[in-house]
Design a protein around this ligand. Structure first.
Ligand code: P53
Length: 503
C-alpha cells in the first residue's frame, strides 16, 4: 500500500501562536494572552489579567492577522494542499458568553479560508487550541464549570454553520490529554482554563482535571453530533498529544507501569472514539472516590458523539520505570520541576502502579534528545500509528503535528541551512510511510507543526523554531517580521510534489 492519492500534505499552526492582533477586530483576551514569555527551562507565568510591563509574546506573534495574504501565497508556493489552523474562539465570542457572535471575527476567517481555497489549500480546523476566552476563567472557573459545555457548543455550532461549505475536517480540543500532567499549572490552564488555589493538594488538582476533561468530552461529543447535522460530510476528529510511554526495561513491573501510564494519558481517546469510559478508569475513579459530576444524559451524549477520525501530534516518546524500584534506588522522587505539590505515595506498597507524569518518566538511553530535552524517536511514530489503529479498529488517522524545535542560524547572505530539521522530518515521514505500506494504517494526512516560525506554546519563545519559513523576530520581540525560506522549504516542496516518494 502507498499513501492515498488525495493525501493531505499540509502544515499546522494555531491562531494564538501566529495571528497576533490580540485585541484587533473586536477580539477578546484568551488564556494565551495572559501568559508571559518563558525560555528553555523557565516556565511561562500566568498573570492575573494583562499587566503593564510584562512581555506577552502572543499579543503580536508573527502578525499573521495582517499578513495572511502574503503568507498564504508562500504556503501555496510550498505546495501545501491543506492548512491546519484554529479559529480563535475570542474573535468569535470575545468573552465566551455573549448571545451574538462578533461579525468582524467571523469575516476574518471567511477571508482567510477564501484565500486558502483560492490557492488550492483546504483549511483543517481546530476549534479549541489553548485559546479559551479569559473571561470564562475569571467568571466561571474555566471548564471546571458545566456551563462551559454550552458556551463551547454554541461557538462550535456558529462556526460549523458559517463555514460549512469551506471546511470539511475539524478537530474539537487540541491535545486534550496534556492535562494528564495535572501537577503543573501549564496544561490545566491551557487545556481547560483551570487555576488552582495555592493550597490545592495533588488530589484536588487531579479530581478537578478529570471533571474538566469530562465536560470537554461531553462538549466535544455534542459538537460532533450537531456538526453532522449541519453537514453530513463533516469529518470531526479528536486531537491527542501522542507520546508513547515505553517500559524502561523488560522487568514485568516496568511493563505494567507503562501500561497504566498509557491508560492515564490516553483514556481521553478511548472516550472520544468508543463513546464510553473504559473499565480501568471507572475502577480508578471508584478507588479515588472522585464522585465526578457525570449525568446519564452526559453518558448518552458521549455514546452518540464519537469522533470520525483521530488527529494527533507526535514529537517524542517517553519511558517509565517502576516507581517502587526507582524510589528504593534513588529515594522519593520530587518530580523534575520545583515547587510541585507533592503527590503522597500512600499507595506505594499497593499494586496500583499509579502514574504521575512529572515524577515517573525517565530518560530513554536509546534515543537522542533535542536541546529542549524532547526525545527524538522516529520509529515511535510508526509505533503510535499502529497503537491507535489497532486499539480503535483501523480508524482513520491524521498526523496533525510533528516537527523539530531548534535554534536556527541565519548566514550572512540570509540563507538558513537547517539540515537537522530535514533529517528529523525525513526520518519521521519514512516511519509514517512504513506504517502505511507495511502495517496497513489508514492515514489521511500529515501536517508538520509550525512550518512557519511562530511563538512556542510551551516556552513562549521565538527561538524554538519549527519552520520551513523563517520569521525575523527574537524572544524579546525585536525584528522586522520579514519572512524567508530555509533549506527545508525546497525539501518539503519536493516531498509534497512526489507524494512522499522523494525524501
Ligand atoms: P512547543 C507539550 C508536549 C507536546 C506537545 O510545542 C505540546 C506541548 C505543549 O508545549 O504542544 C503542542 O511550542 C501544541 C502546539 C505547540 C507544539 O506542540 O512547546 O499543540 O501548540 O506549539 C510544540 O515547542
Amino acid at each position: 500500500m502507498a499513501l492515498r492519492k488525495d493525501f493531505l500534505w499540509g502544515g499546522a499552526v494555531a491562531a494564538h501562536q501566529l495571528e497576533g492582533g490580540w485585541n484587533a477586530g473586536g477580539k477578546g483576551p484568551s488564556v494565551a494572552d495572559v501568559m508571559t514569555a518563558g525560555s528553555n527551562g523557565v516556565e511561562r507565568r500566568i498573570t492575573d489579567g494583562i499587566l503593564p510591563g510584562e512581555n506577552y509574546p502572543n499579543h503580536e506573534a508573527i502578525d499573521f492577522y495582517h499578513r495572511y495574504k502574503e503568507d498564504v501565497a508562500l504556503f501555496a508556493e510550498l505546495g501545501l494542499n491543506c492548512f491546519r489552523t484554529s479559529i480563535a474562539w475570542t474573535r468569535i465570542f470575545p468573552n465566551g458568553d455573549e448571545e451574538e457572535p462578533n461579525e468582524e471575527g467571523l469575516q476574518f476567517y471567511d477571508d482567510l479560508f477564501d484565500e486558502c481555497l483560492k490557492n488550492g489549500i483546504e483549511p483543517v480546523i481546530t476549534l479549541s487550541h489553548f485559546e479559551l476566552p479569559y473571561h470564562l476563567v475569571t467568571e466561571y472557573g474555566g471548564f471546571a464549570n458545566r456551563k462551559l459545555i454550552g458556551f463551547f457548543v454554541k461557538f462550535a455550532e456558529t462556526v460549523f454553520k458559517r463555514y460549512k461549505n469551506k471546511v470539511k475536517y475539524w478537530m474539537t480540543f487540541n491535545e486534550i490529554n496534556n492535562q494528564a500532567n495535572f501537577l503543573r499549572d501549564f496544561a490545566p490552564f491551557t487545556n481547560s482554563g483551570l487555576k488552582f488555589p495555592a493550597d490545592a493538594t495533588a488530589y484536588d488538582r487531579e479530581k478537578l482535571m478529570y471533571q474538566a476533561a469530562h465536560y470537554e468530552l461531553v462538549a466535544s461529543a455534542q459538537a460532533v453530533k450537531i456538526g453532522h447535522q449541519i453537514n453530513p460530510d463533516f469529518q470531526i476528529g479528536s486531537m491527542i498529544a501522542m507520546c508513547p510511554i515505553y517500559p524502561q526495561s523488560s522487568r514485568p513491573t516496568d511493563i505494567m507501569a507503562a501500561q497504566v501510564a498509557m491508560q492515564r494519558r490516553y483514556w481521553f481517546s478511548d472516550v472520544h472514539t468508543r463513546g464510553h469510559y473504559p473499565a480501568y478508569l471507572e475502577s480508578y475513579f471508584e478507588r479515588k472516590a472522585f464522585n465526578l459530576d457525570r449525568t446519564a444524559q452526559d453518558l448518552a451524549d458521549l455514546a452518540e458523539g464519537c469522533v470520525d477520525y483521530i488527529g494527533f501530534s507526535y514529537y517524542m516518546s517517553f519511558a517509565i520505570k517502576d516507581q517502587k524500584i526507582r524510589a528504593k534506588e534513588e529515594g522519593p522522587a520530587s518530580g523534575h520541576g520545583t515547587n510541585l505539590p507533592t503527590y503522597k505515595d500512600e499507595e506505594l506498597g499497593a499494586p496500583t502502579f499509579d502514574y504521575i507524569e512529572d515524577r515517573d518518566l525517565v530518560r530513554n538511553e536509546f534515543v537522542p534528545a533535542s536541546e529542549w530535552g524532547w526525545q527524538i524517536d522516529p520509529l515511535g511514530l510508526r509505533y503510535s500509528l499502529n497503537w491507535f489503529s489497532e486499539r480503535y479498529d483501523n480508524i482513520p488517522l491524521m498526523i496533525v503535528e510533528n516537527g523539530f524545535g531548534a535554534v536556527d542560524e541565519v548566514e550572512e547572505d540570509g540563507s538558513i541551512h537547517d539540515q537537522y530539521r530535514i533529517d528529523y522530518l525525513k526520518a519521521h515521514i519514512q516511519a509514517m510511510e512504513d506504517a502505511v505500506t507495511y502495517d496497513g494504517v489508514n492515514l489521511l494526512g500529515y501536517t508538520p507543526w509550525g512550518f512557519i516560525d511562530l511563538v512556542s506554546a510551551g516556552t513562549g519563545e521565538m527561538k524554538k523554531r519549527y519552520g520551513f519559513i523563517y520569521v525575523d523576530k527574537d524572544n524579546e520581540g525585536n525584528g522586522t517580521l520579514a519572512r524567508s525560506k530555509k533549506d527545508s522549504f525546497a525539501w518539503y516542496q519536493k516531498v509534497i510534489a512526489s507524494n512522499g516518494a522523494d525524501l
